[in-house]
Design a protein. Structure first.
Length: 375
């Protein structure tokens, strides 16, 4: 009888007990494949595909240029392609950059940008739909409302903010695009620090340049897409005393509106203005403004002392700030050194295990040959 080699298997084993080299190599290849998937996940690469549809005609948009942009320190076009006959497009090997896990799909039609934001590999895996629309310089099915306005007093000055909603209900759906004007509004005389912005994708304010309107007031020419378009107007008004008379026209009128005034102990009066209490979230006095016809004036009187402080309360949607995409935590990327080290160690362990199995198999074969040579 031949003694077994220390640390090795004995010579008497069934076929089921042994691990042939091909089986070990198969195991090695499988585990290396799994490691490759982990490597791919660590770098967050995927493909992005989808379709561009014309929402006015309901037909696929062929030969439409689609761009893929990364969002970080600005927007950079990293890939571009054109749609096929069915309006379909595809981008391969798209990587979510560690510094900014956001990408943007963009297509420009009739001079109007249509975008879609993606911020995870799960979102990237879904089919993407970009809808474009025909444009029109004038539309009849467009309504404008002013859901609320804010009046913040500091000394004898008022900081005023308006939220306007422009609802484009055009049928068939079309984008209101006019180089002269798509939205008009009025302010009190001589407003200070006038700022206008349209809330874009992800509610990011897009600053607009207010242009003087014939007949008084202002206008902007930002394209208004089908659905609800949100517009913010902000400005300051100075008064000679704490008896502040605020007067301006609502060019589009409004069915109803809410007014928030701070400090809450100021006296507020005006035609159609009804007190509704104190808002606990903002500590502002709240008022309901009844219906005002198109082109009619809103008259407000706000009386009382207010402390001198910064007029900005942190939610000025017209501020010309540098909007940056916040880097979201990516635990896979942050632990990449540890992950790659583990994968490397695992691969080496598999290789040494497979080589050890081959060596053991050769020893078994040599032992069997010596046994057969014995008389």
């Amino acid at each position: 009888m031949i003694a077994s080699i220390p640390g090795q298997w004995g010579t008497r084993h069934s076929k089921e007990d042994r691990c042939p080299a091909p089986r070990c190599l198969g195991l090695l290849l499988m585990l290396l494949w799994v490691s490759g998937l982990c490597w791919q996940a660590a770098w967050a690469q995927s493909s992005v595909s989808g379709q561009v549809i014309n929402g006015t005609t309901g037909q696929p948009a062929a030969n439409q240029k689609v761009e893929l942009l990364t969002l970080g320190e600005g927007m950079n076009v990293t890939k571009e392609t054109f749609t096929g006959k069915e309006g379909r497009f595809s981008f391969g090997q798209v990587e979510l950059a560690p510094s900014s896990p956001h990408i943007l799909l963009r297509t420009i039609y009739r001079g109007v940008n249509y975008n879609r934001s993606l911020s995870s590999t799960a979102e990237m895996a879904d089919p993407q739909l970009l809808t474009i629309y025909e444009t029109a310089p004038q539309l009849s099915d467009v309504g404008v409302s002013m859901p609320f306005m804010v009046a913040l007093a500091h000394g004898n000055e008022l900081r005023i903010e308006h939220q306007y909603l422009l609802t484009n209900n055009s049928q068939p759906k079309r984008t209101l695009a006019n180089s002269q004007s798509t939205f008009e509004f009025d302010t009190p005389d001589s407003p200070l620090d006038l700022k206008v912005s349209v809330l874009g994708l992800g509610r990011i304010p897009l600053p607009q340049r207010p242009l003087i309107r014939d007949g008084g007031g202002y206008r902007i020419n930002y394209p208004m897409k089908p659905g609800i378009n949100e517009i913010w107007v902000a400005y300051n008004v100075r008064f000679p005393s704490d008896d502040r008379q605020l007067k301006f026209r609502l060019l589009n009128g409004t069915d109803h509106s809410q007014l928030f005034v701070k400090p809450s102990d100021l006296q507020v009066t005006g035609t159609g203005v009804v007190s509704t209490g104190i808002d606990s979230r903002t500590e502002s006095a709240t008022f309901h403004i009844t219906q005002i016809a198109e082109g009619e004036f809103l008259n407000l009187r706000i009386v009382g002392e207010a402390p001198e402080h910064s007029p900005h309360d942190g939610h000025d949607h017209g501020e010309d700030s540098d909007f940056r995409v916040v880097r979201l935590p990516n635990r896979v990327y942050e632990q990449r050194t540890l992950i790659l080290g583990i994968l490397a160690a695992l691969s080496l362990a598999i290789i040494f295990y497979a080589l050890g199995q081959q060596s053991r198999e050769r020893l078994h074969q040599q032992a069997r040959k010596r046994k057969k040579k014995r008389p």
